[in-house]
Design a protein around this ligand. Structure first.
Ligand code: FAD
Length: 634
């Protein structure tokens, strides 16, 4: 049957990528259909119930700044919040939350169900409708044909998914869910370049069988409890609970080693490459043989369940080994396993076959986002979903894609890394991937992206009003500090020494003084009984905005030197960054380049010189030679 309504955007898959993609396209006014296996699993966390962390938290804040759902759903479902790297510089500080799975899913579903322009439909998609080189819709398991102008595919770990526990394996999308076999076959038929990756998850434990007195308590940050969303507040959080820590020991490691001969990883049953930064416990014991203990976090899965996630023992070893290894640890001697750990192998598609907008190069109107692009992680998936949803909507409107740059957002780094470099293992975000990380901070994600989000139609009035108030207050307060001058004649030397470290010899404005190491906003504005602070905006007049505004002003002042230097570097690089390369250039004929460089450029076909520079193996020297070739009109 052909469904009577035609959509602008069909999103296939209701995981973290799919839900953000569908919400974004619908917010931008497109008639959007979210087709997914099961409405009950919308926003399901396949693995650990936690959101954020270093690099990942930055992505969540960016998704939030563009009006996305992940951060606010975490505020509604988070049962433990922490600021990681709290004592380090603001660029690497990151928010992490433990979520109640049920509350998180409910928060996502509520947003989906209440989003105008968005329709939900439960069915597996088995086929894509393609006319010429353009996708025109999707066909479900029972033959319902939905037509659309664009399709965003976010099938996660489901494409030809295969679960391994020891030497046993079976087809599945993840434990308890069916695989997408027909769709995988169809994509292979369309000759989209594809490969296999794998990921894994630990066995889950029944908290009633854990001896908590043998474990170390790890409380969250409680004073204050961190908040993820710009529109969130701590009053939204449910009850907060601690996590706990135990350790593996020599005996655990012996048990694990005794299962190596039945490990699907070590016996070659699994071909897909796993995430290097999130290894299985057997991989850790194998690779770091000299370590005699690893820390294991026992994380509650929710407030209404006893289920516990033992973070650090992801494994695909046989169940008898899983059982013994769990029980070898302190506090877990009698632990009951509720669900076995497993590894899953799945198809991913080479992201170098995507345009910078995430539209596939081969099939117009077809976009890919999330784990299907070779990434791992909810946050990476959500950011990509939002991005693909935006660009599918822009295509429907007949507008050019939105492409955030690497100095604007981690999202820009993520997209650019994927489409230019591809992946050799599941890709996750790190702050070290961003060359401009001093300016890509969690605390300024709103300042970097909300205006773009508003222009795109993603940001509603409530967020826009709140953002505009903050932005204007920051700019007023910065101006005030810059135009308030402190004269050595009126600042007693002892007060200068107390607040500034040494007395001033000539006039300075407050902003310059704030740049000095060890000089805080609070000390400055309290200086001389507040004489310099009282003439314009002050903490009192900033009201509820005081904390975020002061934070921004203080970071801007402290970092201004570094940020200016970095900006100069960005500008220098940008001269070349956006230079577009001719689509028809025959790299193999650019004989001034090394053979390796010619081959790599011919293979990746970068769209800009900036992208070319980031292809591994393309040296700055190759870039200069390519520039000379282009200048000569080659
Ligand atoms: P998913 O969350 O997988 O969602 C895909 C959605 O698409 C599902 O709703 C599914 O039902 C639907 N779908 C698929 N095919 C079809 C179809 N044909 N028709 C209709 N609907 C379809 N990440 C980490 O960061 N660290 C980890 O340690 C980690 N371990 C993991 C372990 C396991 C076992 C699994 C399964 C995942 C793990 N992940 C881990 C990855 C994390 O779960 C994913 O990165 C994230 O969920 C990807 O989001 P996504 O939206 O791309 O896909």
């Amino acid at each position: 049957m052909l469904y009577p309504q035609e959509f602008d955007v069909i999103v296939v898959g209701g995981g973290h990528a799919g839900t953000e993609a569908a919400l974004a396209a619908a917010r931008m006014g497109c008639a959007t259909l979210l087709l997914t296996h099961n409405i009950e699993t919308l926003g399901q966390m396949s693995c650990n119930p936690s959101i954020g962390g270093i690099g990942k938290g930055h992505l969540v804040k960016e998704v939030d700044a563009l009006g996305g759902a992940m951060a606010i759903a975490t505020d509604e479902g988070g049962i433990q919040f922490r600021i990681l790297n709290g004592s380090k510089g603001p660029a690497v500080r990151a928010t992490r939350a433990q979520a109640d799975r049920v509350l998180y899913k409910a928060a996502i579903r509520r947003r989906l169900e209440n989003q105008p322009n968005l329709w939900l439909f439960q069915q597996a998609v088995d086929d894509l409708m393609v006319e010429g080189d353009r996708v025109v819709g999707a066909v479900t398991q029972v033959g319902i044909r939905f037509r659309a102008r664009t399709v965003v595919l976010t099938a996660g770990t489901f494409l030809d998914g295969k679960i391994h526990v020891g030497l046993n394996n079976y087809s599945a999308g993840r434990a308890g869910d069916p695989p997408a076999v027909s769709l995988s076959a169809r994509l292979k038929e369309l000759r989209l370049p594809q490969g296999r990756l794998k990921t894994g998850t630990p066995p889950r434990l029944d908290g009633r069988t854990i001896d908590w007195s043998q474990c170390t308590e790890q409380p969250g940050d409680l004073d204050p409890v961190p908040v993820f969303s710009f529109m969130g507040n701590a009053a939204m959080h449910p009850r907060q609970v601690p996590c706990w820590i135990t350790h593996t020991n020599e005996r655990t490691h012996e048990i694990i080693r005794s299962g190596f001969d039945r490990s699907p990883m070590f016996t070659g049953k699994i071909e897909g490459v796993g995430p290097r930064y999130c290894p299985s416990v057997e991989d850790k014991i194998n690779r770091f043989a000299d370590k005699d203990s690893h820390q294991i976090f026992l994380e509650p899965e929710g407030l209404t369940t006893h289920e516990v996630y033992p973070n650090g023992i992801s494994t695909s070893l046989p169940f008898d080994i899983q059982y013994a290894l769990v029980r070898s640890m302190k506090g877990l001697e009698n632990a009951h396993i509720l669900r076995p750990g497993y590894a899953i192998e799945y198809d991913y598609f080479d992201p170098r076959s995507l345009k910078s907008s995430f539209e596939t190069k081969q099939i117009a109107g077809l976009f890919f986002a999330g784990q299907i692009n070779g990434t791992t992680g909810y946050e990476e998936a959500a950011a990509q979903g939002l991005f693909a949803g935006i660009n599918a909507a822009l295509q429907c409107r007949g507008e050019a894609p939105w492409l955030p740059s690497r100095d604007q957002a981690y999202l820009g780094v993520l997209v650019d890394d994927l489409v230019t470099q591809g992946v050799t293992e599941p890709y996750r975000m790190f702050t070290s991937r961003a060359e401009f990380r001093l300016q890509l901070r969690e605390d300024n994600a709103d300042m970097r992206l909300t205006e773009a989000g508003r222009r795109l139609g993603l940001v509603d009035d409530a967020r826009w009003d709140a953002f505009s108030r903050k932005r204007d207050a920051v700019s007023r307060e910065t101006e005030r500090l810059k135009s308030t001058w402190v004269n050595p004649r009126v600042l007693p030397a002892e007060e200068g020494e107390r607040v500034l470290g040494k007395a001033i010899e000539h006039e300075h404005n407050l902003f310059d003084l704030l740049r000095r190491p060890g000089v805080s906003y609070a000390a400055l504005t309290g200086m001389n009984g507040g004489a310099y602070a009282s003439d314009a905006v002050s903490r009192e007049t900033l009201g509820d905005l005081a904390e975020p505004v002061i934070e921004q002003v203080e970071i801007a002042a402290k970092y201004s030197g570094y940020i200016d230097r970095q900006k100069a570097e960005v500008e220098r690089a940008a001269n070349f960054e956006h230079l577009r390369l001719p689509a028809d250039i025959d790299y193999l004929q650019v004989t001034s380049l090394s053979f390796e460089a010619r081959q790599k450029l011919a293979k990746h076909r970068p769209e800009t010189l900036g992208q070319a520079a980031r292809i591994s193996g393309i040296t700055p020297a190759s870039i200069s030679l390519l520039l000379i070739h282009l200048k000569k009109g080659g």
